[in-house]
Design a protein. Sequence first.
Length: 102
Amino acid sequence: MRAVLISMFAAALLFTANAQADANLAKNSGCLNCHNVDTKLVGPALKDIAAKYADQEGASDYLAGQIKNGSNGVWGPVPMPPNAMVSEENAKILADFILSLK
């Protein structure tokens, strides 16, 4: 039983550390200049994005593409510019982070 509890605690710490690292990546990548987690800023709230694409097959890849290449008309008239400085790998990490917000 003790080993199970220790494993659960270690997994929780790892998840928290990863979530914080992904939040820092979002901040450092400029995402939080236009998006907040809970409320609309220039772009939609990250939680609203997560809700829109929850349980959709291929959502992570789709969002990674939107992050990397930008989008227009998905959330209204304000376009999201491409993020050329974000690598493919980091775009996927950011997409997975966004989808984890519920």
